[in-house]
Design a protein around this ligand. Structure first.
Ligand SMILES: Nc1ncnc2c1ncn2[C@@H]1O[C@H](COP(=O)(O)OP(=O)(O)OP(=O)(O)O)[C@@H](O)[C@H]1O
Ligand SMILES: Nc1ccn([C@H]2C[C@H](O)[C@@H](COP(=O)(O)O)O2)c(=O)n1
Length: 229
């Protein structure tokens, strides 16, 4: 049961770099306001993951375009994650290798253009969507846009803590991987990661997840986009 009621069709964009907490915060906020949450990174991860599995070069734009077309025919993207060909792929897309592949294929304009329609369609009746370009490109008309950030060391520490039980890399290696991913996502030509002009920046380096969600709820309530129930 949600504690807040959202205005009909409310769209909330949450963008930010890897490990800033977008996904975690988006899910908690969704529970508070009763909206579906959609993690756009999963779309890029699915393409990256499929490309790795099929040995498709990550800069082969023709093969990637065909892969996206195939993916769009067989994808089911829901609050439980992403399914392809009737199988739930979400868990196997979580590795850093798939994240890096996703970031590489995401630099291709053709790939991004092909995914735009699906993202907008899913958001039509209201949602919380997290990614890199949601507030700037996918939903520029969203009523609330947040740009979540944290220091690179803190983001790497969070990611490392998540992966270490699976025998992952050292903290220093995670920091380097994250820096490379940040650079690729921020410096690419098409839809780079950046804060929307009307976006609200939140630095979560020293904040608890609950405090980040409370800050967002405060903004939404002050704007009349949610009311307490
Ligand atoms: N404010 C916070 N304080 C401490 N830990 C946090 C905070 N926000 C998120 N975390 C933790 O950091 C990890 C990464 O968070 P999350 O997956 O939500 O980030 P993300 O921005 O969605 O990353 P990605 O873009 O790579 O999917 C999770 O283990 C999460 O519990
Ligand atoms: N809206 C989006 C979402 C994701 N990407 C790319 C860039 C990321 O490095 C990669 C993986 O995303 P994550 O699951 O870590 O959020 O996908 C993008 O370009 N645009």
């Amino acid at each position: 049961m949600s504690n807040w009621q959202a205005v009909p069709g409310l769209q909330i964009a949450i963008d930010g770099p890897s490990g800033s907490g977008k996904g975690t915060v988006a899910k908690m906020l969704a529970g508070e306001v009763g909206l579906p949450v959609l993690d756009t990174g999963l779309l890029y991860r699915l393409i990256g993951g499929l490309a790795l599995e099929r040995d498709i070069a990550l800069d082969d734009s023709e093969a990637l375009a065909a892969l996206v077309d195939e993916m769009l025919e067989q994808v089911a993207w829901t609050v439980n994650g992403i399914a392809f060909g009737g199988e739930n792929w979400t868990d196997r897309l979580r590795s850093e290798a798939v994240g890096a592949a996703a970031s590489t294929v995401a630099a291709q304009q053709q790939v991004r253009d092909k995914l735009l329609g699906l993202q907008r369609k899913i958001a039509e009746s209201g949602c919380i969507m997290d990614g890199r370009d949601v507030g700037t490109v996918v939903l520029p008309q969203a009523q609330a846009k947040f740009f979540l950030n944290a220091s690179v060391r803190e983001r790497a520490r969070r990611r490392w803590a998540q992966l270490k039980d699976q025998g992952g890399s050292s903290l220093e290696a995670v920091i380097e991987e994250l820096k490379m991913r940040d650079q690729r996502d921020r410096e690419r030509q098409h839809a780079p990661l950046r804060q929307a002009e009307d976006g609200i920046a939140i630095d979560s380096t020293t904040m608890r997840v609950d405090d980040v969600v409370d800050r967002m709820l405060g903004v939404l309530a002050r704007r009349g986009l949610i009311t307490a129930v």
